[in-house]
Design a protein around this ligand. Structure first.
Ligand SMILES: NC(=O)c1ccc[n+]([C@@H]2O[C@H](COP(=O)([O-])OP(=O)(O)OC[C@H]3O[C@@H](n4cnc5c(N)ncnc54)[C@H](O)[C@@H]3O)[C@@H](O)[C@H]2O)c1
Ligand SMILES: [Zn+2]
Length: 372
């Protein structure tokens, strides 16, 4: 194994766990998973796992399977179709069927090897089958490394609404291998970088500066820099999750910076034409401009975000041909559960590295920013 893996602890009482981040660590999956899983199972050993994955990441899933099998594990591989459609009741039911066929019991570990889609549906299965199975996340996209694999939210979509059916189910551990990112498409990789930039803006100005200085390394997917950047992003998300695990205090809402605009753009672009991270990148620029208009920050803070996103080849405005009527965007945002009659809720920066919730933003200011 090259550099030593970094460990990020997530402290949630008896649901605490460690995120292990390294390069080439999947070949050592068994030795990394076993002690952490056994801690979660109060010392009772387990040697049976169902690996849930999709066809695009089979080489990474095989590395995990091989390591476990060499250590004497019984491993069943369950491949689901790649893509958001797999966050469905049908796909979850097909995984339940496979678990029944393999006589899975409460000590069978569910190991998700894939992006956020695999993690969310396999995690939902782990939360519900037999009232809960131990769960291990092996994220393979940058977005799942820094976002969906941290925090314990798992779930699937309802035909009428995204992520409507779900649970909180913390993993026993998360293994992040930066080497898995080498096979990721350019767009998916950059989409994950948008969430990384978000952490800098909302919580950590020094991290934002580090990203500004690391543009070249990030653009060539330098494993050592990625290891640092993923570890800091996980630490920042863990900080928020530890203080608001079940989304009760409102703190977890800071993670939604750029997302109120972003979700509206994503939905209006019919999910797919804009990747989530691309929509969030554009959304952050609009949110920052809104903060400027309301006098919370000066223009230089927006300019720095635009410069960094641009250097990482992320969009900072809607692509030509994707102009939506401002009223359409506003009515989409009202659906985002955050609006109260003529006033809207936004997470906005008040300086670099800090955001606050504003729940009385006049719609006229939002309209004005959308018309720039
Ligand atoms: N649970 C949470 O807290 C949380 C947070 C953010 C997002 N999400 C969810 O995450 C999902 C998006 O996740 P995503 O962006 O990882 O998408 P994804 O899982 O669909 O992966 C994107 C594409 O990349 C492929 N892929 C994955 N890893 C690869 C690799 N290493 N090499 C080559 N191809 C690879 C996948 O097969 C897929 O086609 C959404 O459903 C979203 O709702 C959940
Ligand atoms: Zn997001």
């Amino acid at each position: 194994m090259p550099a030593d893996p970094l460990i990020v602890p997530v402290s949630l009482g008896e649901r605490s766990y460690e995120i292990v981040i390294g390069t080439g660590i999947l070949a050592a999956a068994a030795e990394l998973i076993e002690p952490r899983l056994s801690r979660r199972l109060s010392g009772r050993p387990t040697r049976t796992a169902a690996i849930v994955t999709d066809a695009n990441v089979s080489q990474h899933a095989e590395a995990v399977a091989l390591s476990l099998q060499s250590a004497g594990w019984n491993v069943e591989s369950i491949a689901i179709p790649p893509g958001e459609k797999s966050k469905s009741q049908e796909v979850v039911a097909s995984i339940y069927d496979r678990l029944v066929a393999m006589h899975a019991d409460r000590r069978t570990a569910i190991i998700a090897v894939g992006g956020g889609v695999v993690g969310d549906s396999a995690g939902f299965v782990a939360a519900t089958y037999n009232r809960g199975l131990p769960f291990v996340q092996v994220p393979t996209t940058l977005l799942s490394d820094v976002d969906s694999s941290v925090g314990g939210k798992v779930g699937i979509n309802h035909p009428q609404a995204k992520n409507l059916i779900g649970a909180f189910h913390q993993p026993a551990t998360v293994l992040i291998d930066t080497a898995a990112l080498t096979t990721l498409t350019d767009r998916d990789y950059r989409s994950g970088l948008a969430e990384v930039v978000k952490y800098g803006v909302i919580l950590d100005a020094a991290f934002f500066e580090f990203l500004e200085q690391s543009v070249a390394a990030l653009n060539r997917r330098d494993p050592a820099v990625l290891q640092q950047v993923i570890a800091t992003s996980c630490r920042l998300k863990a900080y928020v999750v530890e203080r608001d695990e079940f989304e009760l205090t409102g703190l977890r809402a800071v993670l939604n910076y750029g997302h109120t605009f972003g979700h509206a753009f994503e939905a209006l672009a019919n999910y797919g034409e804009l990747l989530h991270g691309e929509a969030v990148a554009i959304g952050m620029v609009y949110a920052s401009r809104l903060a400027e208009r309301l006098g919370k920050i000066d223009a230089s803070i927006t300019a720095r975000q635009v410069r960094l996103l641009d250097a990482l080849h992320l969009p900072t405005k809607l692509p030509a041909g994707m102009a939506f009527a401002t009223e359409e965007v506003i009515s989409r945002m009202r659906l985002d559960k955050k609006a109260v009659a003529g006033r809207m809720r936004f997470i906005l920066p008040t300086r670099l590295g800090h955001v606050e919730l504003f729940d009385d933003v006049p719609e006229s200011d939002v309209l004005a920013v959308l018309s720039i």
